[in-house]
Design a protein around this ligand. Structure first.
Ligand code: C2E
Ligand code: MG
Ligand code: MG
Ligand code: MG
Length: 277
């Protein structure tokens, strides 16, 4: 779509690109309105221990349904929210809501280890991010051990010094940290050894590759790397029994994916857990 860019020539602002920018600006406006009108909501996808099938927790995933009933993917609107700064308030809302949901699930008697919350790099870099996390935990009454923050490699590359400090602080509270989409970023491996991280999440692109005979075995490599570093490994995007079996053979600890369950509304969790048993 961005045909205006060409190697070795000047970047020309074409009419086509203008349309795209206007579209994005409009989408951004809609996004702000949607947040105000509570058209953004969370769904929760179960995560299980592969060997025992025990449900260990849920990952909170944002959803946006427009007034016209169209679903817009977070891979589309999260970057927009990051660009406009909305991610700060949106992310705070996600964090609080997730903590309250988890507290409720525990109060309802469900035995779960954690709730996974995606945190954008921009959000993580906010000076008061730690305070935000603390207040979400305090207000919901959720024990910090039940909270897992999913950060991406891009977080680990930003302003190194106070990033490590923030992580250490979180660890001292008992909060768990997962590196999301591991292997898709560009960070060096050397940081992994020293960062207080609990879990690596294998991106679903790598899980998808498992089918292809003789294809790259990134999922297995990541699992072995995780084991060597004493980290737990979880695979996302498990869609087939073949994926499941292969991951089990690799000794991957945990997984989530459509084979197990699609993301669900909060009020469907209780029934799903009952059936899964
Ligand atoms: P992610 O954190 O890596 O989340 C996993 C994505 O894989 C989710 O997509 C989930 O619905 C999808 N998925 C899980 N199992 C399967 C499967 O078996 N097959 C397929 N095809 N997909 C599967 P989703 O919900 O569209 O979210 C996409 C990304 O948007 C997330 O990737 C995350 O990076 C971002 N995101 C979602 N919610 C939030 C949020 O609250 N805050 C932030 N900062 N980012 C979020
Ligand atoms: Mg995630
Ligand atoms: Mg992921
Ligand atoms: Mg992913």
């Amino acid at each position: 779509r961005t045909k205006g860019f060409q190697r070795g020539s000047y970047t020309i602002f074409t009419r086509e690109m203008g349309v795209e920018i206007r579209e994005r600006a409009m989408l951004m406006q809609h996004l702000h309105k949607a947040f105000d009108a509570e058209r953004l909501y969370l769904m929760y996808q179960p995560q299980i221990e592969l060997a025992t099938r025990r449900v260990v927790g849920f990952e909170a995933l944002l959803r946006w349904r427009t007034d016209e009933g169209k679903m817009i993917s977070p891979t589309e609107f999260i970057p927009l929210a990051e660009h406009s700064g909305l991610i700060i308030s949106l992310g705070a809302w996600v964090l609080r809501t997730s903590c309250f949901t988890m507290r409720q699930l525990l109060d309802d008697g469900h035995k779960l280890d954690r709730i996974g919350v995606n945190v954008s790099a921009i959000q993580f870099r906010q000076p008061d991010f730690m305070k935000l996390v603390e207040s979400a935990l305090r207000d919901s009454g959720l024990d910090p051990h039940y909270l897992e923050l999913e950060i991406t490699e891009s977080v680990t590359m930003s302003g190194a010094a106070d990033f490590e400090e923030t992580l250490d602080k979180m660890k001292s509270l008992g909060i768990q940290i997962a590196i999301d989409d591991f292997g898709t970023g560009f960070s060096s491996l050397s940081y992994l050894d020293k960062l207080p991280v609990d879990r690596l999440k294998i991106d679903r692109a790598f899980v998808n590759q498992i089918d292809s005979q003789g294809g790259p075995r990134i999922a297995e490599l990541i699992t072995q790397l995780g084991k060597k570093l004493g980290l737990k490994v979880i695979a996302e995007g498990i869609e087939t029994q073949a994926h499941y079996d292969a991951l089990l053979r690799m000794h991957c600890d945990e997984g989530q994916g459509f084979l197990i369950a699609r993301p669900m509304m909060e009020n469907a969790i209780g029934a799903w857990l009952g059936e899964w048993k």
